[in-house]
Design a protein around this ligand. Structure first.
Ligand code: EVA
Length: 608
């Protein structure tokens, strides 16, 4: 059980919420002296840095960019006197990968996991009508007991370095917004929703958790602010006549207003935007509002110049404009839960989201994305540390589902990316994770995980757990690239024939496929890394997709070029983007636009 409310911070009649974003004091603890020197009471020096942002790409010094260890942030905040008597929290959108929070020198809380929100209850520790000091120690070391998995090594010069078992740069710090909240002592804590569509009408079933005993009233308003239904009680149903369903490209949102009342007096109100829609798997089909839908889109990252993985509202806007332009309808939040504002935008724009927890790197290798194709085994789930990892994974999963369950855009949970699922030891681990997701989600959305190249019909021990089988495949890139692409196609078809023969009666999607491509390279005839080859690769891949009716979606890797650890396989980052890191199109963007605009939304839906 999470002991604080995960509801997104909002100002209402009863709630106050002040942004703490801005320039904060900052210090990398290079000498590991922060504890001894009592940084919790104030950090030395004058360095300041923006919050939210990754710290890495502001500076010109490589030791800073690669810094691994503790970093300290500090800011001052004012708590209004009229807030006395309320509960006061500091809400962190995320702190990557773990944080220790101090207010006025006193430790308040700590949090493990770098991509989900947490609250520090500071009610008893702040000075009212005065200034207070917030110090946060953030640590960005990677381990195999937390997600995402990796190692921290010490180099011969004594400096620590991050060795991720995943293919994105270990951006870290306070990468999301921080808010100061004042809530009434009795407040709305959590909201569960399920939907039933009845002809043209709909039923919204709700269950409200509060921190007290007073009664609850719920009312639903349409987009124009008209009340369309209401109900009393912590649990109930709202009947909506002629419901405007939430659809792809038509993210119609109602506003659910939940109030705790004491007679005439309103104790607390919270407003939650909701979209009325159902999601289910039926045979080989993914159904949205009982109609088949074919996924077209991307695996993405939160990644951009300078800000790194820090939430940037401008980059978000551009990304949605590009996704609409190209005819996409969906994306996967590879490889971690994204900033909440991105789901809110997907809700509004009518995008389908596969929401991924940060369980990536559960395959002990620095280049697992490549080595998996060679049949390498690492016995990952046989490690002694697996129990501890599972605990961290389940906790993050709970935070993810509680945080995101009310977004209509979220149509499935991705519970792992490319785990080593070819070993029996993975099975009990998967069992726990898949069971937990089902238990936590009131809407019982489909669950999936992305299968790595060597998790094949005859080797994967875990595909049966998935409601949607999601394949990450690189035939024509890591396997038989270049002039050998004809052999890649043969192997690709052979694998798919294998899946077909299993008659799983489940939908398949491609959660990754792609080829690294330098926006600067044109070459006729093609060579790998040229824009011409990316096109050839996609032409082959699309032909294969179109030959199998059980394939119900394609999410290309990646939306845009992104930063990774440096190395011989990466040219200043991963270049599989359809767009550059600056969000301009490579040639294949036009090919995808043509394809995706042509494919009907229920492509292959009727034949199942
Ligand atoms: C790649 N392949 O090699 C991608 C990685 C990604 O960036 C994978 O899931 O299998 C991974 O993170 O480009």
């Amino acid at each position: 059980m999470i002991e604080y409310s995960m509801l997104y911070p909002k100002v209402t009649v009863s709630r106050r919420c002040v942004s703490m974003d801005g320039m904060w004091k900052f210090k990398l603890d290079e000498k590991e002296e922060g504890e001894k020197e009592n940084y919790r009471e104030g950090i030395p020096g004058d360095e300041v840095i923006p919050v939210p942002a990754s710290f890495q790409d502001f500076y010109t010094d490589k030791d800073i960019r690669e810094f691994t260890g503790d970093m300290w942030y500090e800011t001052r905040f004012f708590v209004p006197g009229e807030w006395e008597g309320r509960d006061i929290f500091i809400r962190f959108g995320a702190a990557t990968h773990r944080a220790f929070v101090y207010v006025n020198g006193k430790k308040i809380t700590e949090h493990e996991g770098g991509f989900l929100p947490f609250l520090a209850d500071v009610t008893e520790h702040v000075t009212y009508n005065g200034y207070n000091r917030l110090v946060v120690k953030v640590n960005n070391e990677l381990t195999v007991t937390n997600i995402p998995c990796g190692e921290t090594v010490v180099l011969s010069n004594g400096k620590k370095m991050s060795k991720p078992y995943f293919d994105f740069f270990n951006y870290s710090g306070l990468q999301r917004s921080v808010y100061l909240l004042a809530l009434p002592k009795e407040s709305v804590f959590d909201i569960d929703l399920t939907y039933e569509i009845e002809g043209g009408d709909a039923k919204v079933n709700y269950k409200i958790k509060t921190t007290g005993e007073h009664p609850v009233e719920a009312a639903l308003y349409d987009k124009s602010g008209e009340k369309v239904a209401d109900s009393s009680g912590k649990e109930g149903a709202l009947h909506v006549e002629h419901a405007h369903l939430w659809q792809v490209g038509d993210g119609y949102l109602y506003c659910l207003k939940v109030c705790i009342v004491d007679g005439e007096e309103v104790i607390d109100c919270y407003e939650q935007e909701i979209g009325i829609r159902t999601v289910e798997i039926q045979g080989e089909n993914i159904l949205l509002n009982k109609k088949p839908v074919y996924l077209k889109g991307f695996g993405k990252h939160e990644d951009a110049d300078i800000v790194g993985r820090g939430f940037d509202i401008n980059v978000m806007k551009r990304d949605f404009e590009l996704m609409k332009w190209i005819g996409a309808n969906s994306f996967r939040t590879a490889h971690y839960p994204y900033s909440e504002e991105i789901y809110q935008m997907a809700d509004r724009e009518g995008f389908l989201v596969i929401d991924e927890v940060a369980a990536v790197g559960l395959f002990a290798s620095l280049m697992n994305f490549m080595e998996a194709s060679t049949g390498k085994q690492t016995a990952f789930f046989e490690k002694e540390t697996t129990g501890e990892l599972l605990k961290a994974h389940l906790k993050a999963l709970e935070e993810l589902i509680v945080r995101d369950k009310n977004h209509p855009c979220v149509i499935a949970w991705s519970l792992l990316n490319e785990p080593e699922s070819t070993n029996e030891a993975a099975v009990p681990y998967f069992e726990e994770v898949f069971r937990k997701a089902l238990e936590l989600d009131p809407q019982k959305r489909p669950r999936t995980f992305a299968l790595v190249m060597n998790s094949l019909p005859d080797t994967c021990k875990c595909y049966n757990f998935s409601d949607i089988i999601a394949l990450n495949r690189y035939y024509g890139w890591y396997v038989k690239g270049g002039y050998e692409i004809c052999d890649a196609e043969e192997l690709f078809r052979k694998e798919l024939d294998g899946w077909k023969n299993l008659k799983l009666n489940k939908p398949f999607i491609f959660s990754e496929y792609g080829a690294d491509t330098l926006a600067s390279e044109h070459k006729l005839p093609s060579v790998m890394w040229s824009q011409e080859y990316q096109r050839e690769y996609l032409d082959m891949t699309h032909q294969v997709f179109d030959s199998y009716d059980f394939i119900k979606g394609e999410q290309i890797w990646n939306f845009a070029d992104f930063q990774t650890t440096e190395g011989i396989l990466r040219v200043n980052g991963n270049k599989k983007g359809v767009f550059t890191r600056q969000r301009q199109p490579k040639d294949v963007a036009y090919l995808l636009k043509e394809r995706w605009e042509k494919l009907p939304s229920d492509y292959k839906g009727q034949k199942a």
